[in-house]
Structure formats: structure tokens, C-alpha cells
Design a protein around this ligand. Structure first.
Ligand code: FE
Length: 159
């Protein structure tokens, strides 16, 4: 009898776990892929940042020093996320913007470091981009601190 109880209890615990997992997965992004597929489609660095919410080393992104007109798109799904004209040098070592392209970026609460930060990700594929802080320039007060590896820069075409 005890054994049966144990089995039932174990099954119950496992079923709770999997339903919690399902809920997390069930955010309805327009673009969804299996983990295996993401791994195949992204570079190792892109995968670690976009899919595993990793952070690239500061001052390493080739996008850091670009201040040209154009658009920064999601490296995973090409959704337009930030505009070149709102990029500024925050001195942090990561590409920084004072605003996002509204509606194309989504936000979450991140407590991983023991305090609360606002995480931001691509609203189309869910790929992690970086965090938003309230120490930005006067224009908006916001500093969108973004991993360069999560972005691709598309320069504006000359007319
Ligand atoms: Fe995306």
C-alpha cells in the first residue's frame, strides 16, 4: 500500500512539474522552434544569449561603436527591434538605446541576481536581448542594455 502511495505521489509531482514547464513554453510567440533547431540555426554565442539568457562579455561586440542610421533586428528572426538614431554610448560596453521599437520588444521580470531587473526579449521569437535600466539619458531616462550578439545591424539605404 505504501508503495502504491509513493508511486501515485511521484506521478503527481512529475505531472505538476511538466505542466509548469508547459506553461512556460506556452507563451505564444509567432516564431517557435525546438531547442535542437535553435541550436542548429544560431551560432554558439547567439544561442547562449538568445536562448539561454546569457550575457556577452562587455566591450566585445562589433556593434558597440556603430552610430549610423539604420535598424537593429533580432539575430534570430529579423524582427526590427531598435533604431540606430536612438543608440548612444552608455559606457557600459554593450550596445545601448534610449528606446525600443514599441510592440516588437517584450519585457519580463528577472530576479536571477538576487534583485529585480527588467529583462527584455524579442516579442516575435522570445529571444533574450538584455535588460532595461532607469539610468538612461535625459530623452527617456531608459537605458536598454543589449547584447550585440542578439542583434544584426541593417544600415539605412542611401536614397
Ligand atoms: Fe526574434
Amino acid at each position: 500500500m505504501k508503495n502504491i502511495l509513493l508511486v501515485v505521489l511521484t506521478l503527481f509531482i512529475f505531472s505538476c512539474n511538466s505542466s509548469a514547464q508547459d506553461k512556460k513554453e506556452a507563451k505564444n510567440y509567432k516564431i517557435t522552434k525546438s531547442d535542437v533547431q535553435w541550436k542548429a540555426d544560431l551560432s554558439e554565442m547567439q544561442y547562449n544569449v538568445l536562448r539561454k539568457a546569457g550575457t556577452e562579455r562587455p566591450f566585445t561586440s562589433p556593434l558597440n561603436k556603430i552610430y549610423k542610421e539604420g535598424t537593429y533586428v533580432c539575430a534570430a528572426c529579423d524582427t526590427e527591434l531598435f533604431e540606430g538614431k536612438y543608440k548612444y554610448d552608455s559606457g557600459s560596453g554593450w550596445p545601448s538605446f534610449d528606446r525600443e521599437i514599441e510592440g516588437n520588444v517584450a519585457f519580463d521580470t528577472d530576479r536571477k541576481l538576487g534583485y529585480t531587473r527588467t529583462e527584455e526579449h524579442c516579442a516575435t521569437c522570445g529571444g533574450h536581448l538584455g535588460h532595461v535600466f532607469n539610468d538612461g539619458p535625459e530623452t527617456t531616462g531608459k537605458r536598454h542594455c543589449i547584447n550585440g550578439v542578439a542583434l544584426k545591424f541593417i544600415p539605412k539605404k542611401k536614397e
